[in-house]
Design a protein around this ligand. Structure first.
Ligand code: UGA
Ligand code: MN
Length: 335
């Protein structure tokens, strides 16, 4: 009996082992088959990877094309629309490139703009040259140095000396020498590199017969300064600081027709004028009268440009870094 049971048990054992063996290999495959399958899968995924790499490279090429188109769209010329000649003095300081990058990104959205950038330096710097070449904005790059005696020091109070005078004059010279008053229809706007400009302000100034004016935000110790307008005419000024100036407004608050510089060939900025008189003296030399002023920005009721200032960054840890580890930041890395 015992023998028969043992046989039976053995038989059951053999059957179960065989079935398990067959089941195991049918579900997992034989080792060589498995290897082949894995090799096949690797090949398949490698091919797929290659395809995806190619797709990525094609798409990045397309993206680059699109970016180029976006950058150059600001250059599109429309013969019927006057060009805005935007005059921007700029000087070497730690925040210069940040200011220029920010401003150029605004200008990329503006049609028919010609940016005249004048460096306060003996000659054009590599930083500004490279920046302008890649900016995508139509530009003219000039340099005019402010003499040592009238040059602001980095830590001087901002009001101490007039700024951007010789640079704006260099731009006026370029305009007079390079534009044709009979064929070049345009507007001149003196736009400093640290202000904030809405896109609307460019539309507002585009059609300027003689001189357009509008409010400027965050200036003169007020939330805004602005011309006072009655029945579509400028009758006075909302300005606290030196309100008796002929035109008590900031440089960012007006634009003039380019013809004015041809009709008044001697008009230029001067370092000799009292503080806050740069705007008034240029407009007077251009023979602009109060009644000529064309109010913009919904009769001067909207702020579309802000006299912002970029905070001076404290770089005191550069020196401490040199003391601590023998060298400061790498001068070859442009900031
Ligand atoms: C204010 C007005 O907004 C300016 O239009 C005016 O020229 C200036 O006062 C002045 O009274 O001279 P503010 O913000 O005090 O401007 O001056 P900044 O923005 O520091 O300088 C005006 C422009 O001149 C800027 O585009 C700046 O880059 C340039 N600048 C400044 C130089 O070219 N050289 C310098 O040494 C300093
Ligand atoms: Mn400024």
């Amino acid at each position: 009996m015992v023998q028969i049971r043992m046989r039976k048990l053995f038989f059951i054992y053999i059957v179960i082992s065989t079935v398990s063996f067959i089941w195991f290999y049918s579900s997992c495959g034989f080792p060589e088959c498995k290897e082949k399958e894995i090799e096949h899968l690797i090949k398949k995924y490698k091919a797929r990877n290659k395809e995806l790499d190619k797709k990525i490279s094609d798409l990045s090429q397309q993206l680059q094309e699109c970016q180029k188109n976006v950058l150059t769209s600001g250059r599109t010329e429309f013969s019927h629309s006057p060009t805005i000649y935007m005059v921007t003095p700029t000087h070497t300081h730690p925040e210069q490139k940040a200011n220029l990058v920010r401003l150029s990104h605004t200008l990329l959205h503006v049609k028919n703009i010609h940016w005249i950038v004048i460096e306060d330096s003996v000659s054009k710097t590599v930083l500004v040259s490279k920046f302008l070449q890649n900016s995508g904005v139509k530009n003219t790059h000039l340099a005019a140095l402010t003499p040592h005696e009238i040059k602001m020091k980095y830590n001087d109070p901002t009001w101490l000396k007039p700024k951007g005078v010789l640079q704006r004059n260099a731009a006026l010279r370029w305009i007079r020498e390079n534009l044709n008053p009979n064929t070049d229809n345009g507007v001149v706007y003196f736009a400093d590199d640290d202000n904030t400009y809405s896109l609307e302000i460019f539309q507002e100034m585009r059609n300027t017969k003689k001189a357009t004016v509008w409010p400027v935000g965050l200036v003169g110790g007020l939330r805004y300064e602005k011309p006072i307008v009655k029945d579509g005419k400028v009758t006075g000024w909302f300005t606290y600081w030196k309100p008796n100036r002929p035109f008590p407004m900031d440089m960012a608050g007006f634009a003039v027709n380019v013809n004015l510089f041809f009709n008044n060939p001697d008009a230029r900025f001067s370092n000799e004028v009292p503080r806050g008189f740069l705007e008034s003296t240029i407009l007077e030399q251009l023979n602009v009268k109060m009644e000529d002023l064309e109010p913009r920005a919904e009769n001067c009721s909207k702020v579309l440009v802000w006299h912002t200032r970029t905070e001076k960054t404290k770089l005191k840890n550069e020196q401490l870094m040199i003391k601590r580890q023998g060298q400061g930041s790498d001068p070859n890395i442009e900031v």
